[in-house]
Each structure stands twice: as C-alpha cells, then as structure tokens.
Design a protein around this ligand. Structure first.
Ligand code: SAH
Length: 222
C-alpha cells in the first residue's frame, strides 16, 4: 500500500472510532483491504468515507454505514450469517472475519459481481464465506436457518421470505423505506414472533425482486 493510502486509512479509522463504538467491527474492517474491492481506477479513494461505484449501477457502501450496520447486526464468532447484496464482497469479508468459526453466505443478483466477489474472497484466503448468484427466492432458503441476516440494499418493507430464513433468536438488519430514504430496521425472531427496532436513517440502492422493487432504468436490467 502506498504511503498516501495508508495515511488515508489511518485517518478514516480514527474518524470511525469516534462514531462507532464497536472495536471488533472496526478491527475486522481494518483487516480487509478495501482498496481491493473497488475498481482499480478508484483505489486512491478506497479510504475516503464515501460509497463508490462498482459497476452495473451498484455501489460499495460508505465505510461508516458498513461499520454501523455490522455493529447493529453484532455477528458472533459462531454465527451462520447470510448477506443479501454481495456487491463488491467487502461487507462479506468483514462478516467472515467476525463469524470466524461460523459461516457466511452472501448472495448477489448480478452474476458478474457475485463471481468477482467470490474470487476476491478466495484470493484473501477467507474459507468460511461463499458468494453465490441469487435464485428466485430472496436470500438463500437452501442454506437457512441463519443466526444473522444483513441486507445491504433497501426494501419497501420487511420481506417475509427473509424472516422465514431466520433461526429463533436470529437477527435481521435491513434498510426499510422508500427508494430515496430508509430506516435501518433490526428485527429479532422470538419464539412468538418478531421484535422490531429502528437504528437510524440510511440510503441504499434498491433491493430488486418479488418482495422488493422492480428493476428500473439506471439499474442493471436483469
Ligand atoms: N454489500 C456490498 C454493497 C451492496 S450494493 C458491498 O460491501 O460492496 C447492493 C447490492 O445488492 C447490489 O450489488 C445489487 O445488485 C444487489 N441486489 C439487489 N437486489 C438483490 C436481490 N434481490 N438479491 C441479491 N442481491 C441483490
């Protein structure tokens, strides 16, 4: 890493540590080379606190949002984790480090992104995570139940199919709201039903599919 990039990384993590008080999450994030998850021409911006385009109209999330969502999800070392919306694969790498004795499945609807992310995760030697192309049902019902599900795209409401893929006691973190603005919801599946809390405003690219938004112009037309 160049001197300039490592200085930017130090400055970013110093700033994040003042905003997110969850040191395991920040340690895991600092361990993952974000510069490898952004397009080569944007590597110099890998440690600025902003989302960056990764192609197909999609983005790698802003580092502060990744830190916030991950600390709301609070993965434990043995959790079975699902991420919906692989994108670059950066968030999945962070989850794989936190659930180091568990496993992570991340699903992505754009095949080229899924493939590229899976290659990068393997290249980094992360053996407890797989990036898969998503199927017709939201999430990954074949590998359910999950202790923790993180959705890194915005849905109009809590998708039933993802709630069904939660183990009892499992947590689902998902941005819910309009296409423009969402609240980060934390839903916990209890023996009786669901407990739902909200953890602040956010803005994500739309989740596309049956229980979410139809693909629109400007989106990858799959
Ligand atoms: N977590 C990513 C950023 C996600 S951007 C990262 O760390 O880089 C949101 C991603 O969700 C996009 O790549 C988009 O294609 C994907 N997506 C949208 N709808 C989806 C669906 N129904 N199933 C799987 N992936 C979906």
């Amino acid at each position: 890493m160049t001197r300039r990039l490592s200085d930017a990384k130090d400055a970013l993590f110093l700033r994040l540590s003042g905003q997110v008080r969850d040191s395991p999450v920040l340690t895991a994030m600092a361990e993952v080379p974000r510069e490898l998850f952004v397009p080569p021409g944007l590597r110099h911006r890998a440690y600025t606190n902003e989302p960056l385009p990764i192609g197909f109209g999609q983005t790698i999330s802003q580092p502060l949002m990744t830190a916030h969502m991950t600390s709301v999800l609070r993965p434990t070392p043995t959790d079975r984790v699902l991420e919906v919306g692989t994108g670059s694969g950066y968030q999945a790498a962070v989850l794989a480090l936190l659930a180091r004795r568990g496993s992570v499945v991340t699903v992505e609807r754009i095949p080229a992104l899924a493939r590229h992310a899976d290659e990068m995760l393997r290249f980094l030697g992360l053996t407890n995570v797989r990036a898969l192309e998503s199927g017709p049902t939201l999430g990954c019902p074949e590998k359910a139940p999950f202790d923790a599900i993180l959705v890194t795209a915005a849905a109009p409401r809590l998708p039933h199919s993802l709630v069904d893929q939660l183990a009892v006691g499992g947590r689902l973190v998902i941005p819910v709201g309009s296409r423009e603005n969402q609240e980060l919801a934390l839903a916990i599946r209890t023996g009786e039903g669901l407990s739902i809390k909200y953890r602040g405003g956010c803005r994500f690219v739309p989740l596309v599919g049956e229980e979410a938004w139809p693909p629109s112009s400007g989106q990858h037309g799959l």
